[in-house]
Design a protein around this ligand. Structure first.
Ligand code: SP5
Ligand code: ZN
Length: 342
């Protein structure tokens, strides 16, 4: 399987996040993608190729134009105020405040376009966002061209990013962009299977009212786990999208027994849907030693995930999402891909 990778992700570095009541170095750090790339090389997964250039048109199919414009200028606006640490939001338009007017100052815009203080901006963040986006589209192009599967080694990740907000380390929703791109290239139906520990709230929001993209999520129960405010089992889609969103929330402590059963249920739903292509939001923060998560998958479980997805017999695009146990992220993520290849 070919991997698409760009070192431009390294420019998104040195950012801080708010966690546990303090400012800490971002868990979503550059070494993550380097461990995954070096493991793909070590096991001979296949060629590692750079992304091609793409305009932002495909991003604008799933994101609001004003939001994408904000992503491109957030750092410059922040730096123009004389600050050089991570640009982070601190005020949000929650219920009872106005969110129907786009504000002007960078501090206001950060809150207006964010779900949390987990997606900060540094000088190189926009370049990394763009290269992550191009990585997803380049890998999607391989699958469209007839490859059975391809791996988009995206960083930063994307599945928390909605049509007009960033958060949870995510800015452009790479998996959603790719799913929409497949449709725009002629696919009739696309399934997104999100196996990251956290609910892919952005992907759900983007496709919630539609039947041409099935979204299946296996994740920590939002009653106790980030992103908290979406991801319950009763969210099944709306309008024409009714029945085309499946959430499989699981409690803290879940191991392969119940996680594997949820994967089986999710894969059966995907098979019933009979999509032309599957986009896998591949997070490996389900790992037992992940520093911010609470499932108990082991390194030996990851190839089983890939093997089950392969059994669908469908063209498959893997898009990298989360995973913060950096020493093991490469073995676990590439383990899924090796399991797929059999
Ligand atoms: C793509 C992805 O996996 N995003 C995850 C965003 C999670 N944000 C919440 C992080 C909470 C960190 N809590 C720190 C606990 C340290 N023991
Ligand atoms: Zn995650």
């Amino acid at each position: 399987m070919k991997t698409i990778y760009s070192p431009t992700h390294l420019r998104h570095a040195g950012h801080w996040e708010v966690a546990g009541g303090t400012l800490v170095p971002g868990f979503e750090k550059p070494i993550r993608a380097e461990y995954v790339r070096s493991r793909a090389e070590a096991v001979g997964l296949g060629p590692i190729l750079p992304p091609s250039s793409f305009t932002l048109d495909a991003a604008l199919r799933v994101h609001a134009a004003d939001y994408v414009e904000f992503l491109g200028k957030a750092w410059d606006m922040w730096a123009a105020t004389g600050r050089h640490t991570t640009a982070l939001p601190m005020t949000w338009p929650v219920k009872g405040l106005r969110n129907d007017r786009r504000p002007e100052s960078i501090d206001a815009l950060l809150g207006f376009y964010s779900l949390d203080a987990g997606a900060g901006f540094q000088a190189g963040t926009w370049d990394a966002i763009r290269s992550s986006y191009e990585t997803a589209l380049t890998a999607a192009t391989l699958v469209k061209g007839g490859e059975r599967a391809a791996f988009a080694l995206c960083r930063p990740p994307g599945h928390h990013a909605g049509s007009a907000f960033c958060g949870g380390y995510c800015y452009i929703n790479n998996a959603a962009v790719a799913a929409q791109w497949f449709l725009d290239q002629g696919a009739g139906r696309v399934a997104v299977l999100d196996v990251d520990y956290h609910h892919g709230n952005g992907t759900q929001e983007i496709f919630y009212g539609r039947s041409d993209v099935l979204v299946v999520n296996i994740h920590g129960d939002p009653a106790t786990e980030y992103p908290f405010f979406l991801g319950y089992a009763d969210e099944t889609g709306a309008g024409a999208g009714e029945g085309f969103n499946l959430n499989l929330p699981l409690p803290w402590g879940t191991d392969w027994t119940d996680w594997g059963a949820a994967l089986e249920a999710g894969c059966r739903r995907v098979a019933d849907y009979a999509p032309d292509v599957v986009v896998v939001s591949l997070g490996v923060d389900t790992f037992e030693r992940d520093p911010i998560s609470h499932f108990r998958l082991t390194t030996a479980d990851y190839p089983k995930i890939g093997a089950r997805i392969e059994k669908l017999g469908l063209p498959t695009l893997f898009v990298m999402e989360g995973g913060y146990a950096v020493e093991e992220i490469g073995v676990n993520a590439v383990g899924v891909l090796e399991g797929f290849e059999g």
